[in-house]
Ligand binder design. Structure first.
Ligand SMILES: Cc1cc2nc3c(=O)[nH]c(=O)nc-3n(C[C@H](O)[C@H](O)[C@H](O)COP(=O)(O)O)c2cc1C
Length: 211
């Protein structure tokens, strides 16, 4: 039977975790990014489909490719972050289902014939996987700054359009224009100097009902 994590872990993951805008100069290693993915990949997705794709931008060159797509208020924090992750989704995620969900051989065909179901499943589950990335990063002692203030079409054109080379990955699995951006997340070791005052959250009675 699983045990609840202790109070200190709950503070790290939720109560004391913040959205960071400034970064300490400590780098995030590629090994840490592999550890991050190897943790978040275990969290659940529907039919185990795992539609999220993660592009980790660490070099100045990669960040400069992103710059024109960023909302003005997101430029400085993104250009100074050790890593910016493009959390994207692969609209051909179902091609991996024979491996990821072998108990139902027909399910890939079902997706193939329903673009609407593909879109809904890819968006829902890549959003979940982006949230898993945030929680896994916090669990590993990293800080995050998620962002939706950017031009998705520009990012898709620059990083995921047909014929664009893959950047830094071993295989060209982004090469055919079927990967779309969902949101961005800066990752690093946060500088509390850039924090805004903590905002309130809805109380239980405002957000929940017991039926
Ligand atoms: C999906 C998502 C998109 C966000 N987009 C932006 C953004 O474009 N720019 C920004 O400065 N903050 C952005 N935020 C940050 C939120 O405003 C912040 O997480 C929220 O106010 C809670 O802050 P706290 O974690 O410090 O309590 C985004 C957060 C999420 C989860």
């Amino acid at each position: 039977m699983s045990q609840p994590v202790n109070d200190a872990a709950l503070n790290v993951l939720f109560r004391e975790a913040r959205t960071f805008n400034k970064w300490r100069p400590q780098p995030v290693t590629d090994e840490m990014l592999r550890t991050l993915y190897d943790l978040l990949k275990w969290a659940p997705t529907s039919a185990n489909a795992s539609p999220a794709r993660f592009a980790f931008l660490r070099s100045t060159e990669a960040k400069e490719r992103l710059r024109p797509a960023l909302a003005p208020l997101n430029v400085e924090k993104t250009m100074t972050a050790p890593v910016t992750v493009i959390i994207a989704y692969d609209l051909k995620f179902y091609e991996h289902l024979p491996k990821l969900f072998p108990q139902n051989p027909g399910i890939a065909k079902l997706f193939e014939s329903s673009p609407e179901m593909v879109e809904t499943t890819a968006k829902r589950n890549s959003s979940l996987q982006g949230a898993y990335l945030i929680m896994a990063a916090r669990a590993l002692g990293l800080d995050c700054g998620p962002m939706s203030g950017f031009d998705n079409a520009k990012v898709d054109e620059e990083f995921f359009a047909a014929g664009q080379p893959c950047f830094g990955c071993d295989q060209e699995f982004f090469a055919e224009g079927h990967v779309k951006s969902n949101f961005l997340c800066n990752v690093g070791y946060g500088d509390p100097a850039g924090l805004f005052p903590r905002l309130p959250r809805l109380a239980f009675a405002e957000a929940c009902s017991l039926l």
